[in-house]
Design a protein around this ligand. Structure first.
Ligand code: SF4
Length: 179
């Protein structure tokens, strides 16, 4: 894998930050899963969310099967971060850049396992609700938190944050791969 080429390509994308980490550095926590279960309206609604993604231990096993992980982040300023529609309107651009990075990895013959943001909304109604298999398993990305990952310690080690100011929306994705 040509890391120099990849980094050159990454530097041309609208990323606020990116970095390579060892998946073993990530913190997998049942506490995060508890938050999904008790506070997220999307729990049990899509293939990209718990419990469909499996137990936290299974998710960790899946991620730790990879030797490397590329963390990417975007930030976008909105007029009012308290307006959830404004916040979510910044998500498609982040998902698009996540898919661009996925394609860069695929061009180098690498098939990444991707965790991104929020629940999958590719289909108007997720097949999970009808007991059917995911219609686009190659395109959907479970969210980082769905796998029980507490990203904050990793961000701190990288000198990054979730919060950059009152009206700044921050999104992160993780792309696990074996070079
Ligand atoms: S691609 Fe469709 S079926 Fe698959 S998780 Fe997303 S919404 Fe559900």
């Amino acid at each position: 894998m040509d890391m120099n080429l990849l980094e050159q390509q990454l530097s041309q994308l609208p990323l606020y930050a990116y970095g390579f980490i060892d998946p073993k550095e990530l913190e997998f926590s049942d506490r995060i899963r508890h938050i999904c279960r008790t506070e997220c309206a999307m729990y049990g609604k899509t293939w990209a969310c718990p419990p469909a993604v499996g137990e936290v231990s299974e998710c960790a096993e899946k991620c730790l099967a990879y030797k490397s992980c590329l963390l990417i982040g975007t930030i976008t300023e909105v007029q009012d971060i308290g307006d959830i529609s404004q916040t979510l309107s910044t998500r498609p651009a982040h998902e698009a850049v996540t898919n661009q990075v996925r394609d860069l990895l695929r061009e180098q013959g690498v098939q990444p396992y991707i965790l991104s943001t929020e629940a999958c909304d590719i289909c108007a109604r997720c097949a999970y609700l009808d007991g059917l298999p995911c219609r686009m398993p190659g395109k959907m990305h479970p969210c980082v938190e769905s796998h029980g990952i507490n990203l904050i310690p990793t961000l701190e080690r990288m000198g990054l944050e979730f919060y950059y100011g009152s009206n700044i929306v921050t999104w992160y994705s993780l792309l696990f791969f074996n070079a």
